[in-house]
Design a protein. Structure first.
Length: 400
């Protein structure tokens, strides 16, 4: 095998609900820090270190209308053990103990650990606010997806976090085990059926609803463009435009987004940023599950209106067909390059199969690339015509 390490990611997927976001996040962070066999952070870390630096960690994210609560383990392949230790099995058992034998007292997580958990999550919420580009996108999502679960941030809010207790988080964790969609990704340096049996046995011993959520949910287009401007103490103003579409052609839509603003040879980069020098950065990304294209840029306050006009003009250029076959070939070459890297790292495998679950499309990178190669100019133009400006969020610098 080309890998010297192995990894497992166990994800508990549940609809984004403001009532449970902070509780779920707190629960997953808590179970990733200790378990009943190693109830202190020192003991837990010491055990992982003895397993040649294995690691157990959590990750909270959102995908469309869903919160994805993941706990993962990474370990060195057992063949590198100096004294024949089974690093893989030991680490996986530790991970499973985190889930099925957490450190619980009086129906709540260990209070000492839980205080650390809440501080950790608060710092993550703060970091989302302090990173102004991410904050601008978060605000734009909130407006664009108003009335949909996708409007909420993955960790919840500072206010909802304050109300979470060690008891309510443990109750939320039991609910996740019983009522969420559970996805397990396992990548190993070599085939190990005993790990598969261990996972099957552990997860076969409890009741779960076996949810099978539908992750694709196109966001409805507003009747009128919704605009929000906030004035903050920032050095650089930000602007985010959200475009929505009812056209169901994800491959052409992704090609459109790449042509519009995802690559160094895209319309927005080459013209709005480079030629017109209107933005410090100007990029687009396509949210396939919501069928939206977002454009975000850093801009001087005096250039905000001109930049918005220029961004819309570049979309018109695509609608008019003002792009070359060379542009298309450049996009495909860029995609081919990124697809060829799938399988180079453990995380690339895990992310590929998770996106397959979300998109309900289990195909190889080669087959996906073939789908992109089959996208015609006409399909890209039709997708561009279908885009409707839905939301404009502006973060104005107070100083200018």
């Amino acid at each position: 095998s080309k890998f010297k390490k192995g990894a497992i990611e166990i994800s508990f997927i549940t609809p984004l609900d403001p009532e449970t976001l902070s509780e779920n996040a707190s629960a997953i962070v808590a179970v990733s820090m200790t378990n009943s066999k190693y109830p202190t952070i020192t003991e837990f870390s010491s055990k992982l270190n003895s397993l040649y630096g294995s690691d157990i960690f959590s990750r909270i994210s959102k995908v469309g209308n869903f919160q994805v609560n993941s706990i993962s383990a990474v370990w060195l392949d057992s063949k590198y053990a100096l004294e024949g230790e089974d690093i893989e099995t030991e680490t996986v058992k530790m991970l499973l103990d985190c889930i099925f034998s957490p450190d619980v007292k009086d129906n709540g997580f260990n209070q000492k650990i839980f205080d650390i958990v809440k501080k950790d999550i608060q710092s993550k919420i703060d970091s989302e606010i302090n990173n102004k580009r991410l904050y601008a996108l978060k605000q734009a999502y909130e407006i664009a997806f108003k009335g949909e679960p996708a409007e909420y941030a993955s960790y919840g809010t500072s206010e909802s976090l304050q109300n979470v207790t060690a008891e309510s988080a443990y109750k939320a964790f039991k609910n996740l085990i019983a009522n969420s969609q559970i996805e397990i990704s396992y990548v190993s340096a070599q085939k190990n059926d005993s790990i598969i049996r261990l996972l099957a046995k552990s997860f076969g011993n409890f009741e779960n609803k076996f949810c099978n959520f539908s992750f694709i949910s196109f966001s409805p287009i507003k009747e009128n463009v919704e605009r929000l401007t906030e004035t903050l103490d920032v050095n650089q103003s930000k602007m985010v435009l959200a475009f929505k579409s009812e056209k169901d052609d994800k491959y052409a839509m992704k090609m459109l987004s790449a042509l519009y603003g995802e690559t160094p040879f895209s319309k927005l980069f080459a013209n709005v940023r480079e030629k017109m020098s209107l933005c410090y950065y100007c990029a687009s990304h396509f949210s396939g599950l919501k069928n939206c294209i977002f454009v975000d840029c850093g801009v001087e306050t005096k250039n905000i209106e001109t930049a918005e006009k220029a961004i819309l003009e570049q979309l018109d250029e695509i609608i008019k067909g003002n792009f070359s076959d060379e542009d298309i070939q450049n996009i495909l070459a860029s995609m081919e390059n990124s697809f060829s890297g799938i399988g180079d790292t453990i995380s690339s495998y895990i992310n590929w199969y998770k996106s397959a679950v979300y998109e309900r499309e289990y195909i190889t990178p080669e087959k996906k690339l073939e789908e992109y190669r089959n996208v015609t100019r006409e399909r890209i133009i039709e997708c561009a015509k279908s885009l409707v400006l839905d939301t404009v969020y502006i973060m104005k610098s107070r100083e200018e």
